[in-house]
Design a protein around this ligand. Sequence first.
Ligand code: ADP
Ligand code: GLC
Length: 483
Amino acid sequence: MRILHVSSECAPWAKTGGLGDVVGALPDALCRAKPGIEAATVMPYYRAAKTALAKQGLAPQDTGIVADVSLGAATARVRFLRLDRRGRAPMLFAANDAAFDREGLYGHDDDALRFMLLCKSVVGVAKALMGGAPDVLHAHDWHAALIPGLVATNARALLPRTRTVLTLHNLAYQGVCSNELFPISGLPWDVFHLDAFEWYDQINLLKGGIALADAVTTVSPTYAREIKTPEFGSNLDGVLRRHEVYGLLNGIDTQEWDPATDPHLASHYDVDNLDAKRAVRADLLRLCEWPELPDVPLFGIVSRMTAQKGLDLVASLVSELHGLPARLVVLGTGSPKLEEAFQLAARHYTWNVRTDIAFDGPLSHKIIAGCDALLVPSRFEPCGLTQMYAMRCGTVPIVHATGGLADTVHDPGDAALARGEGTGFAFKHPTVVGLRWAMGRAAKMYRKHPAGWRAIQQAGMRRDWSWTRSAGDYLKLYRALCR
Ligand code: ADP
Ligand code: GLC
């Protein structure tokens, strides 16, 4: 079975969030799951990807495959490069420097056009890319959501047996653009209607993808249910209620996130040797220029700073950290307002708040493993990966019970947590009151009941967060579609 993933992001070549992590790991897990499964990934040949490849001394090979894509009056040529690594799914890069060799991944006025170019080029040469038509074209998020539309309509004759899957990693981003782009999209006008790509006289790429994909999935069972409600549906709940949405929980790369071997950590530890986590904590505290204070929990945040993540709730509570007591280390970038709020907090509370405004992979490992607890108070969270990284590292998550956070962090109450029957602290309402309550419970358990705290750490570390189970679920879905 041939499965071709198409995504805007794929770690370690270019990522802004969890989409890159997932697409960087799932195809490998599929190949490992069963002999005879061939999975590959296509992503744009961004400037960031070129830099990341060069840093590793890697040069993808020209495949000689090109797609000449008509964009109205103009034609754009996309060349495909290929990178093979031992034991890994092949990586394909779609190269068109005018579209992709730019600063940053997104935020350009012509983003919709750039990703239309990606989708049209991939559909045009999908057969050549995999040495035969893919059985499944698996599109991720709005950037690739034109693909199910193309395969269901104008490209059907080219790929008669190919089935399409669209995975929704985040419904907040839908690829809404002017209807003037419709003639360029490669779609026939008969899918420019209310039940497909049309959106208040504009184009909504994600909505069309949902309507025309053979299967729609999202990255956790709870989010799959939530998005069918007006509260979480980002105005697409009505469309989603008419479709089956499969909620397949993400896994994590348990090799990259392994405190026993992580090269970014000052010391190594595992579930039976948790004491050595202290040295990783001490290393992080040295960076903050803070004393160790073993009784005061160290909270961490590693996050995009957007409204989704609920970080404004944390910002409202920084003045209360001293009283808990607790300290806070923040790593993130995003909304200028949130960046400023945390920078201001760090200037004001130099002894218990530290803020790094950056996107820094190595530091994210030091924080996630070095902290005692990780705060993830997201208002909505399709899956969330950092809470799983935290649990893998013996760091206790404090989360709003929504989406994938609700599916991965089990909070049976303080007494049961202390018996090792749960994996973290969860609150039901994304409010300052909810977060304060959960942070208070965690700080108290940490200080007053170290054995209980350790039980929570160990419970999280013993859970299997690997991709094995999810890869099996995806394969089942692919098989059902291709029957
Ligand atoms: P989302 O995709 O919504 O941002 P996830 O939890 O699924 O949320 O994934 C976020 C990913 O991005 C994780 O790998 C996390 O470690 C990483 N990340 C987020 N912000 C930063 C940052 N400032 N520096 C380094 N890594 C970050
Ligand atoms: C999105 C979501 C996040 C999810 C990630 C990977 O960026 O916001 O919750 O973990 O995709 O699926």
